[in-house]
Write a protein that binds this ligand. Structure first.
Ligand code: HEC
Ligand code: HEC
Length: 247
């Protein structure tokens, strides 16, 4: 786990990350497919000059590095610290979050250290790669919460002025543009994120961003509503009927 050691992250976090070898073991098995996918992307026509200066080998190495933490096929990893799923994420949201870490709009030391050295060309290549993956959700949420969560997701809670999540995130929670996919996202990550919204997002007042749209929703949900809706979306595979794509 050489790449992790070069990061300036806390010892506890690093220890937790070292506790999961799965990403390393499967990494090599997937590298050829990943390379082909990136090559296809690079050759696909809408190739900017920026793409051409990022070698495919560099991109492949970086993808492996991301998956060291974000798990096999970037389906996320439930360790000491929940590491979110990146697979199938909306490109615009994905890029915006990488910039948010760099610009301190979104505070997270680990991802600041990861993101600030990525070139624009590398960000484009990584975005395209992770958007193309569709592994099944990890699961693990309490099944008894799912029905209540579905109701909140689909209908909102008009009595306390909470909009239906589906109105923005889409009926299958796939997201669009700067609105993220929630389908298959990790249960503990969703809970942590919704509970900490005002402390982690929209932290740079000179650069207002889309986190302000989500903020009133996050602040209106209580603890058990957060758990229920997190349980529901974490189980969703979407879009329905799409074959699983793993790498
Ligand atoms: C050392 C572990 C580690 C590595 C390596 C890492 N990440 Fe992360 N990443 C995290 C953690 C932890 C979070 C959650 C941050 C939070 O809770 O806000 C995260 C969050 C993200 C997010 C936000 C996801 C969301 O749903 O909002 C994106 C995008 C992301 N990482 C992309 C990447 C990319 C691309 C790479 C490779 C260049 C990478 N990460 C490498 C640990 C890592
Ligand atoms: C008015 C539109 C809107 C509604 C309604 C809405 N969201 Fe969001 N949501 C957003 C936007 C925009 C973002 C991206 C924020 C950012 O860029 O920081 C977001 C981000 C999120 C994230 C962060 C995902 C990640 O990967 O870190 C979670 C979790 C979330 N929403 C859950 C919900 C839930 C649960 C509901 C319903 C109770 C809901 N949202 C309703 C617009 C909305």
């Amino acid at each position: 786990m050489r790449s992790l050691n070069s990061l300036q992250i806390g010892r506890t976090t690093r220890r937790a990350l070292l506790a999961f070898p799965a990403g390393r073991v499967l990494k090599n098995a997937g590298s050829r497919v990943g390379f082909a996918a990136i090559l296809a992307f690079v050759l696909a026509g809408a190739v900017s000059a920026q793409h051409r200066i990022t070698g495919s080998g560099d991109v492949q190495a970086k993808i492996s590095y991301c998956k060291d933490c974000h798990g096999v096929s970037a389906q996320g990893f439930n360790g000491y610290y929940p590491i979110p799923r990146l697979a199938g994420q909306q490109p615009e949201y994905f890029e915006n979050q990488l910039r948010a870490f760099i610009e301190h709009r979104r505070t997270n030391n680990i991802m600041f250290n990861v993101a600030h050295s990525l070139s624009p060309a590398m960000i484009n290549a990584l975005t395209a790669h992770f958007a193309s993956l569709n592994p099944p959700p990890i699961g693990g949420a309490p099944p008894q919460l799912v029905a209540t969560g579905r109701k909140i997701f689909e209908d909102g809670m008009p009595e306390v002025n909470i909009a239906a999540c589906a109105a923005c995130h889409g009926p299958e929670a796939t997201g669009s543009g700067q609105i993220p996919r929630l389908a298959g996202q990790l249960y503990p990550y969703l809970i942590k994120t919704l509970n900490n919204w005002g402390k982690e997002r929209g932290q740079n007042p000179t650069v207002p961003d889309a986190s302000a749209i989500m903020s009133p929703v996050a602040h209106s949900l209580n603890k058990s509503q957060i758990e229920a809706v997190a349980a529901f979306v974490s189980t969703l595979r979407s879009p329905r009927g799409t074959p699983n794509t793993v790498q």
